[in-house]
Design a protein. Structure first.
Length: 357
């Protein structure tokens, strides 16, 4: 009967709510953490500073450079009949396809160049938990994206120092994921591969978690967060995200918030219109015009402080409902806000608030 069906449905919902025990009120990130790594730009030589500026300028300027070269190639081929430019285009095509493996090269990551880049930005790592808190499989959410996720990139150079791999385990305990479009962009693809990152596809993420039994790190805000980036205000895109929390519930993985203070201060940009945002989402890449010092890709020098929150335990749920996702999301947002408020003084941002969209 209808009444029996209604009673059964209500019973299931009540039972589901009771079985899902999740504390959304008690904060775990309620204090300032311990500084593990601290670089200082004041101790950097002039040569080292130039190495850092050139490296970051070229890295971020590649988006402009590749686009310009492709346009020049087509002009030369079709207008001037200079067909040897076809070889260049074929070379770019090959670079956008190979390599196909995701091997991490430590000698590329841990070298003089990246050491100088970290010094230039006085890269500092603060961790709220102790070693034992992180000796488990986790799902890590990193914020904010900024115009360019430099904090995320720099964190890849020190991941083994903060989260040491288990004895006899060659791969780092955490795998970083980047937008899939970057793995179709020449040179950027190679750099991403050398850092051991993978395209942020469902297949790859599930493989790392379920098959390799490793932790996954994601820039949760993605492209949408780029368009929230502002030098004067700190904004993150999180309220409409579902997949990140659903993944945590599916595997019962603790979620860890990480905030990169200063990541939004490196570049400014124009093109915040809804048209650019819609096109960016459609093509899954950031179609914005950004600039640093002197309207070039020279980065604005600022501190970048990586603050790692304590893991937030999440129960494994077989049948995930909307209220499960909402509860974990509510808790995560509270922890992220607390993490920001307790550490913003490190940037002398006492009057800044974190705006969560």
């Amino acid at each position: 009967s209808k009444s029996h069906i209604l009673h059964s449905s209500l019973s299931f919902c009540v039972r589901s709510m009771v079985e899902f025990e999740f504390d959304t009120d008690t904060l775990v990130n309620d204090s300032i953490g311990e500084i593990l790594i601290e670089d200082d730009c004041k101790k950097q030589s002039f040569f080292g500073k130039m190495v850092a500026i050139i490296t970051v300028s070229l890295l971020t300027g590649l988006f402009y450079l590749i686009g310009i070269l492709i346009v020049i190639s087509f002009i030369c081929i079709f207008y001037y009949q200079q067909y040897y430019w076809i070889i260049f285009l074929l070379f770019l095509l090959i670079l956008s396809i190979f390599p196909r493996n995701y091997k991490r090269y430590e000698f590329i990551i841990d070298n003089y160049i990246w050491t100088e880049v970290k010094k230039y930005f006085s890269f500092t790592v603060v961790r709220c938990g102790n070693d034992d808190d992180y000796r488990k499989q986790m799902l890590i959410g990193e914020f904010p994206h900024g115009i360019f996720p430099l904090g995320f990139l720099l964190s890849a150079t020190i991941v083994n120092k903060i989260f040491p791999p288990e004895e006899g385990f060659d791969l780092p305990p955490i795998e970083g994921f980047l937008a899939s479009i970057l793995f179709k962009t020449p040179i950027i693809k190679q750099i991403a591969h050398f850092f051991g990152s993978r395209p942020a596809t469902k297949k790859n993420i599930h493989h790392v978690i379920a098959e390799e039994k490793r932790s996954a790190a994601l820039v949760v805000g993605g492209i949408a967060e780029i368009f929230l980036s502002d030098i004067d205000e700190e904004r993150v895109y999180l309220k409409n995200r579902v997949g990140f929390f659903k993944l945590a519930l599916q595997y019962g993985l603790p979620v860890v918030p990480i905030y990169y203070f200063g990541n939004t201060q490196i570049y400014k940009f124009v093109g915040k219109s809804s048209i650019f945002e819609k096109l960016s989402r459609k093509f899954k890449t950031s179609l914005v015009f950004f600039y640093g010092k002197y309207f070039t890709t020279i980065p604005i020098q600022t501190k970048i402080i990586m603050v790692i929150g304590k893991p937030i335990d999440v129960p494994k749920v077989e049948k995930i409902e909307a209220h499960h996702i909402d509860a974990v999301k509510k808790k995560f947002i509270m922890e992220l806000e607390s993490l920001f408020d307790h550490h913003k003084s490190l940037m002398e941002w006492e009057n800044k608030k974190l705006h969560i969209h």
